[in-house]
Design a protein around this ligand. Sequence first.
Ligand code: FAD
Ligand code: NAD
Length: 485
Amino acid sequence: MSETAENQASDTYDVIVLGAGPVGQNVVDRARAAGLTVAVVERELVGGECSYWACVPSKALLRPVIAIADARRVDGARQAVTGDLDTVQVFARRNHYVTDWDDSKQAEGVKSLGADLFRGHGRIDGPRRVTVTRDDGARHTLTARHAVAVATGSLPLLPEIPGIREARPWTNRHGTDSSTVPGRLAIVGGGGVGVEMATLWQGLGSQVTLLARRGLLPRMESFAGKLLERGLTEAGVDVRIGVQVTALRRPDAGGPVTVTLDDGSELEADEVMFATGRIPATEDIGLETVGLTPGAWLDVDTTCLVRGVDGHWLYALGDVNHRALLTHQGKYQARTAGDVIGARAGGLAVDDTPWGDHATTADQHAVPQVFFTDPEAAAVGLTAEQAAAAGHRIKTIDLDFNAAKGANLYADGYQGHARMVVDVDREILLGVTFVGPGVSELLHSATVAVAGEVPLKRLRHAVTCFPTVSEIWLFLLAAYQRAQD
Ligand SMILES: Cc1cc2nc3c(=O)[nH]c(=O)nc-3n(C[C@H](O)[C@H](O)[C@H](O)COP(=O)(O)OP(=O)(O)OC[C@H]3O[C@@H](n4cnc5c(N)ncnc54)[C@H](O)[C@@H]3O)c2cc1C
Ligand SMILES: NC(=O)c1ccc[n+]([C@@H]2O[C@H](COP(=O)([O-])OP(=O)(O)OC[C@H]3O[C@@H](n4cnc5c(N)ncnc54)[C@H](O)[C@@H]3O)[C@@H](O)[C@H]2O)c1
């Protein structure tokens, strides 16, 4: 039964959305804006992983760590930093931003859009049909006139390693909801979750060992991982690159865990966290009833319509389509697909040409991402390697930030690096990467330049304020100009 309409007579809606994370909520918003009736199904908390165990709590916890690190880089302020972080207050701050894991405000938000919220596990049951099973076993069948949008997100991937279950490893869940600081924390995985969690828990007082089988942040330009490795090491993290975990032992449930590495060495920790990637939350959503494979990522076209299903009714958005496992990108897909669903339902034209109103073109060309580490790592578009592999003729411009006065005023002895990847045939940017303190707020300028395909000749006229960290643009563009002369 719907939370909004206790005696809901009709179980037919224009659109059914599976999953009320940030992505699901954005489809609801756009489908309602198109005048469609919407049911949304959520089995856990309205707001999803992002609101309660990923983006929001991790950034709420990281901000105090970075604020202290920033203060230490400014003479005069540094001398005032005389104590440790107040972890009780840090956890209280996190609890505030996750609303104590109470989703009533977000549930109200969904209802205020005019959608009906069904609590329970949703499963597709043939074309355009979804069954909702509540915790008490009660079942409700919903039918969609126009579309079912799957936005069920992703789950942590735990590799098959002997002893992993008994070790009861942390994942992003305990990594973001714990209110105790483990004395020693081993983190496996050098991707986004691994590096942010290492920054965070080391900053809160753990002795962190970060175990990465490749360099850190392998999907970014390689200098990002190297600068981050230096930053983490300076913060006290024991960063070990090129190692694999081969076994785990935790004989006493309340005791330490022993981690065996592929070089035969062992290390002991109070907790071990796996940050080794994600799997799609599609194992038990009835994909087999429409000819798809349970547990698979959902392959979609540019309008987010699932490939291999007839009738233009099944859409997949956010993590579940594996295009870019990022909240902002999933929300972009959701806005686009919500509009597409509205257009198709109303018999209107769909503009799915590149950069058209109904295409998620940015997923291919201009995905921005920030890692809130120290230093921060921010990038949009293609790396030099990706651009070359895609057949572009490119020129890369690399610069240290200390060229910019604004960067030095921001942090004494500012250390950071920037790279822009130029398409020399079109004289536009294909990708930009910044690593350094405070660069997260710089990234959107690069995203506008990449997504807008702004000619470099015009970008020269986008004057940067003196003295800001953004002045790096001035130096990057001047360096490109010099390289042409
Ligand atoms: C530690 C960590 C930090 C991150 N930080 C960032 C960040 O700073 N910025 C960023 O952009 N991204 C970040 N991400 C990625 C981000 O969390 C995801 O990209 C985002 O949550 C995807 O949103 P979603 O709505 O697709 O899925 P989710 O947020 O996972 O929501 C899916 C919802 O669907 C529900 N659901 C699943 N199956 C069913 C079912 N069968 N029936 C009913 N409901 C169901 C779930 O309960 C959940 O509420 C981070 C990820 C992690 C792990
Ligand atoms: N600020 C942000 O935007 C942010 C923060 C965190 C996570 N995220 C996103 O969430 C998603 C999940 O992040 P993630 O870090 O879990 O995944 P990931 O895929 O980015 O990184 C996982 C890492 O673990 C390594 N790995 C895999 N199996 C391993 C094993 N058996 N032993 C050792 N290492 C192993 C991989 O080589 C990889 O480097 C990513 O797409 C990421 O972009 C975003």
